[in-house]
Write a new protein. Structure first.
Length: 371
């Protein structure tokens, strides 16, 4: 079997979050940017992948078009481990994190999609997961920056059947409003997206103790300050989660060795695909850390996350951004019902995207590369 064609797409789909978003990193987030990768083989099988997009979509797609596609044409898509190793070595000079790793993540997802289709099995079966029909999801709210809006969003999430809520807020009044809205029984997490020094993070963690947080996520900048994060974990008095921005397996090992985190959060479209996720899960088990994967996307990475979660963390809550997309190429597969997400049973990822919907929201592409 050989790869005969590579296709890339960039879509932008508007969404509704129930209010105007607060700026995060200078960006007002009101649409979902997704970078899609389609791998076609000479035996009629094709696989779909996703590389981290959002505000970096154009860069990720450029890497796919100019470097990834020429490197994989003519290769055997069944050689997942070999391709992964060779391309990681070839691309390492461009950085061990960022657009090249995002592109390799998309490739890994697409190759596993092909492997599942060739075997006639959903990926969770291929990975050896215990059968489950659904995963319990948690509502991951975007940043509102206003306590009344946070409370209203929490109430909507609870009304839709969610029992776990994650905020992306950085001030105490918003966290207090959320806890008051959801009551004492629901689990509450806070992702701050790396805003503080170590001293500031320790102070904020102590101020948030009263809200009984399940975890405080990425409180320290830079995210690579594992020693500083370990201090926050020791002195702040709340469990610490991180890993969305980790630079591969060895960065997670550094976090574990530093005693920096209680919860590891690799992101399948940023860390190297399912292959990397399975490696990190094994490493986390050796260090006694819990794995709750990060998932802030709705393309093939969403489906890949479902399969990986079912395999490495079936009892952990599955992250689902609390937004309503205008449309989705996967239709109901990305919709939570009563706070639960159904696990796909189709071969590979479970379903190919609806190309009519995908093309309706194209920003760039499809860009075709053929051997």
């Amino acid at each position: 079997m050989k790869i005969t064609a590579v296709e890339t797409y960039w879509t932008r789909i508007p969404f509704d979050m129930g209010g105007k978003p607060a700026s995060v990193g200078g960006l007002g987030w009101q649409s979902m940017n997704t970078v899609w990768l389609r791998i076609v083989t000479d035996q009629g099988l094709e696989g779909w992948g996703e590389g981290f997009g959002h505000a970096s979509a154009a860069v990720t797609k450029t890497v796919m078009d100019t470097q990834l596609a020429p490197a994989v044409l003519g290769q055997d898509p069944r050689d997942i481990a070999g391709l992964r190793h060779r391309l990681a070595k070839a691309f390492h000079g461009f950085g061990r994190n960022g657009s090249h790793i995002f592109a390799l993540s998309a490739l890994d997802i697409a190759l596993w999609d092909i492997a599942g289709k060739a075997a006639g099995l959903p990926l969770w079966r291929l990975f050896g997961a215990t059968p489950v029909s659904t995963l319990t999801a948690y509502a991951s709210l975007l940043r509102y920056g206003e306590a009344t809006m946070v409370a209203a969003a929490c109430e909507r999430a609870i009304a839709r059947g969610y029992r776990d809520i994650k905020l992306h807020e950085t001030t105490v009044p918003e966290v207090r409003a959320a806890r008051q809205a959801i009551g004492p029984e629901a689990r509450l997490m806070v992702d701050t997206n790396c805003p503080w020094t170590v001293w500031q993070a320790i102070d904020m963690a102590r101020r948030m103790r009263e809200f009984d947080l399940t975890w405080l996520e990425e409180p320290v900048f830079p995210p690579g300050d594992h020693a500083g994060l370990a201090r926050v974990r020791r002195e702040g008095g709340v469990p610490i989660a991180a890993g969305e921005n980790a630079a591969g397996l060895h960065d997670f090992r550094a976090q574990f060795e530093a005693g920096a985190i209680d919860v590891a959060q690799p992101s399948v479209i940023k860390i190297g695909g399912p292959s990397a996720m399975l490696e990190i899960a094994a490493l986390a088990q050796a260090y006694g850390a819990r794995v709750v994967p990060h998932n802030a996307y709705f393309g093939p990475g969403f489906l890949a996350s479902l399969h990986v979660n079912a395999t490495i963390a079936p009892d952990a809550p599955f992250e689902r951004l609390f937004i309503d997309l205008e449309a989705s190429p996967y239709h109901e597969l990305v919709v939570a019902k009563d706070g639960k997400i159904a696990l796909p049973n189709g071969a590979g990822l479970g379903r190919d995207p609806d190309l009519a919907v995908l093309r309706r929201y194209l920003i760039a592409g499809p860009t075709l590369h053929e051997s």
